[in-house]
Design a protein around this ligand. Structure first.
Ligand code: NTF
Length: 815
């Protein structure tokens, strides 16, 4: 337990002190943003103190450490989270109240750092929380992007991207460590030759040096003083301003050199489950990897004087293939800078690296042109070639004479570097992120690798920071839970199971319904303020929030909404359980279909809202700028969680877990972690529909799927698509979308993700949702069972599995 106790009086004094010293103002004159900053500074003091203690402990005991490398950490706001974890939230709330401020208003002053795209980045953030809490010695490494994911504005129904500048209020959580600045070398030429003793000499010259300056974010754990550190690297030019150019009036040219180096940490690439092979992105990846390894190696050598015991002391965990260059870069450091032989360096490297795969989408599996790798990191490319050659020789033992297979599995082929193959070759563990996904990796995506290295493959199902997503985001629900089962679940989430005993407790179920209503009201107020739409509080809040991607099938949801609209138009007085469909989603700026889909949602929303015959029963709301802080309002308010991707494509999903934990019922396919959610709550407490993976895959592979036949035979679908072609009364033409479904396009088949095929089954499941909702006792009972069985989806459990099965480091977590 934390040693320090924070009293209201002490906090008031501390905040007033910060206001005086930092802003030269008294509490009475302070603005909200000054008060936010003062609170942050007070909390930060506690964190830095604990961070130093933790670092000293790590240094002292010399136990194996985990280094978690990820291009994205979607951390969300820090003030409330840290205050909660440090056990000072109540005292801080009271202190602020005394000073004339509402805690919630002060929280709103903090920018929401968007250093990630979606699930992958948010997962990394949840795992930092888990590592800190479970006492795993962990450091996260990423890039300190000046601009995170863009800010989304909806203008006339369309997404417009604006730059996000989060640093003004986010900087306070980062502590620069200038003395640990590293230099990353990019480009240049490498000459290698053997000296008289037959030793390889590597002469690397004419490269561009870029400084990597670390900024540390201390991530608090709950109920412990242990801190996990998130180290974010900022790129900086080491070249001083060229004063000659400057004084000769060539101001821009003088700045140019600076700017070039610094663009590396300027902006996060906004693609999710998709990769554009751009040179700046590869530079970012290498920058992260090289700075991080130099950092770890320098400290290790300072302590042990050698890197020979590196693998005993460190795990380098790569979150998806984006940081795969750790493999050749560590080889480079061990061989070129530490005189190790290839074999020794390879042993150390391949015993240090562990790889998590997060996607099976072919467009997201990274491949880089050899020419680009060569140009940006010539020595690394040489090493990749050598790894490939040795790897292919090894493959030859397994598949003698099978040239075709070997070239299919090679790391370098067709002038490209296949990052996943490199990651598999160079790591001791490969895991998927849900039971189904891990099976798909073994059976379909990496079949041949699995045959050779079966013992390297395993599964760790994703998990979420339940303290952030339940205790902090939904305090009323947490209070209710705690009144029944105590607070043990905060660190032992499986204790939520005790709630199963209350499934017939009418009083508790009513209370659950009441709390949901309060949370719905809060979201309704938000919608009113931001969208100007009045939602019906008695309607079902049915939510699909996630990145916009065709495989996630927002389209299926939309098609169904249009069909409901037709139903109501035909029969406005029908007995219909009112529904509010809520969407929140960002589309990658270059993903035209995704952007058009957002526009489509907005067109439908407007049409329905303008139609007095249906608008009290049916509503569509598109929430602008979906992000962590908005999700914290949405999750507690949702009643239906839409998890409707085509089976076999969503690696796990994590939103599904957040909804469930807040008592929403899932309508979903048997995809990703939905399968395990279904197993946890039982089929009767979830609405499952649609094809399962084998059927979906077989149908796609057969090439016999014809959505046009469905269109011709199903009048409901026909009418929906005809309306799409006809439009929604605002003059926007959606024929292109209808064509994509019926005829295909962009090089893909018609209705690639088979929304029409699953439509009937989805619509039937939605009918069941409405039927159950009529019986509020039954609904609340199902919600309770979902909450009670959500403990296994806590990040604490995932982290404990990583610690035990992959990293082999100790953890305080008891299963
Ligand atoms: C995402 N992958 C998957 O699409 C989600 O299903 C999963 O929940 C999260 O990872 C976290 O594991 C990616 O974002 C990426 F980058 F791999 F495509």
């Amino acid at each position: 337990m934390p040693k320090t106790q924070y009293t209201k009086t002490a906090l008031k004094e501390a905040i007033a002190g910060k206001l005086q010293r930092h802003f030269a103002c008294e509490v009475e004159d302070a603005t909200k943003d000054q008060v936010y900053e003062a609170c942050a500074l007070v909390v930060r003091d506690a964190l830095t103190e604990h961070m130093i203690e933790t670092q000293n402990e790590v240094e002292r005991d010399g136990e194996r450490q985990v280094h978690y490398l990820c291009m994205e950490f979607l951390v969300g706001r820090s003030l409330r989270n840290n205050a909660y974890n440090l056990g000072m939230l109540d005292a801080l709330t009271a202190a602020l109240k005394d000073m004339g401020f509402e805690m919630a208003d002060i929280f709103e002053e903090e920018a929401d750092p968007g250093l990630g795209n979606g699930g992958l980045g948010r997962l990394a953030a949840c795992y930092m929380d888990g590592m800190a809490t479970d006492g795993v010695r962990g450091t996260g490494y990423s890039i300190r992007y000046e601009h995170g994911i863009f800010k989304q504005k909806i203008v006339e129904g369309q997404q417009v991207e604006l730059p996000d500048s989060w640093l003004s209020t986010g900087e306070v959580w980062q502590i620069p460590a200038m003395d640990e600045t590293r230099e990353v070398k990019i480009g240049g030429t490498v000459d290698t030759y053997f000296d008289d003793n037959g030793k390889l000499v590597v002469n690397y010259h004419d490269y561009t040096p870029v400084l990597a300056v670390p900024y540390d974010m201390p991530i608090s754990g709950y109920g412990t003083n242990n801190i996990a550190r998130l180290r974010l690297w900022k790129a900086q030019s080491p070249i001083a301003l060229d004063m000659k150019l400057f004084s000769s009036g060539e101001y821009l040219k003088a700045l140019e050199k600076h700017a070039l180096a610094e663009t590396i940490s300027m902006v996060l690439y906004p693609e999710d489950n998709h990769r554009e092979g751009q040179s700046l992105r590869l530079k970012q990846q290498y920058f992260l990897v090289s700075a991080t390894l130099q950092d770890i190696c320098a400290k290790h050598k300072a302590k042990y004087g050698t890197l020979e015991n590196f693998a005993h002391k460190h795990v380098l965990h790569i979150n998806d293939t984006h940081p795969t260059l750790v493999i050749p870069e560590l080889m480079r450091i061990l061989m070129d800078e530490n005189d190790m032989s290839w074999e020794q360096a390879w042993n150390i490297t391949s015993q240090s690296v562990a790889y998590t795969n997060h996607t099976v989408m072919p467009e997201a599996l990274e491949c880089w042109p050899v020419s680009l790798v060569q140009e940006l990191m010539p020595r690394v490319m040489q090493i990749i070639y050598e790894i490939n050659e040795r790897f292919c020789k090894e493959l030859w033992n397994y598949f003698p004479n099978d040239f075709q297979k070997i070239s299919k599995l090679a790391i370098v082929a067709d002038d490209t570097v296949r990052m996943a193959h490199l990651a598999i070759a160079g790591s001791f563990s490969i895991n998927g992120v849900s039971a189904l996904h891990s099976e798909i990796l073994k059976e379909r995506v990496f079949t041949d690798f699995y045959k050779i290295y079966s013992s390297k493959f395993c599964n760790v199902t994703n998990g979420i920071a339940h303290r952030r997503w339940l205790c902090e985001a939904n305090p009323e629900l947490a209070e209710l839970i705690e009144s029944k089962i105590g607070i043990g679940y905060r660190t032992h989430p499986s204790e939520l199971q005790v709630l199963n005993n209350y499934a017939d407790d009418k009083e508790l179920l009513d209370k659950l319904g009441e709390i949901k209503r309060h949370n719905k009201q809060r979201l309704a107020d938000y919608i009113k303020a931001h969208n100007g739409i009045e939602v019906n509080m008695d309607s079902i809040f049915d939510v699909q929030v996630k990145r916009l991607h065709e495989y996630k099938r927002q389209m299926l949801n939309i098609l169904h909404i249009i069909s409901l609209y037709h139903k109501l138009k035909d029969n406005p007085d029908m007995d219909f359980v009112p529904r509010t469909f809520i969407f929140g989603s960002k589309a990658a700026p270059g993903y035209a279909v995704a952007k058009k889909t957002i526009q489509l949602i907005n067109s439908i929303s407007k049409m329905i809202d303008n139609d007095p015959a249906v608008r009290d029963k049916l509503k569509v709301v598109f929430l602008e700028d979906y992000k962590v802080s908005l999700a914290e309002i949405i999750m507690p308010a949702a009643e239906v969680s839409e998890q409707i991707s085509i089976a076999g494509k969503e690696a796990s999903g994590t939103g599904n877990m957040k909804f469930m934990m807040n008592g929403a019922l899932t309508i979903g396919t048997m995809d990703g972690a939905n399968v395990e959610i279904c197993e946890a709550v039982g089929k009767e407490n979830i609405f499952i529909f649609g094809m399962e993976t084998p059927e979906a895959e077989a149908l796609a592979a057969s090439g016999s799927y014809e959505p046009m036949v469905i269109y011709q035979n199903d009048p409901v679908i026909r009418r929906v698509l005809d309306q799409m072609i006809h439009g929604f009364g605002d003059g926007v033409d959606y024929t292109d979308i209808a064509n994509l479904l019926l005829h295909g396009g962009n090089g893909g088949p018609a209705d690639r993700y088979m929304s029409l095929k699953d439509f009937a089954s989805y619509a039937a499941a939605q009918e069941r949702v409405s039927e159950v909702y009529r019986d509020q006792d039954q609904w609340n009972r199902m919600a309770l069972i979902n909450i009670a069985n959500s403990g296994r989806f806590a990040a604490d459990r995932s982290i404990a599995e990583y610690a035990q099965n992959i990293w082999r480091v100790k953890t305080n977590f008891a299963f």
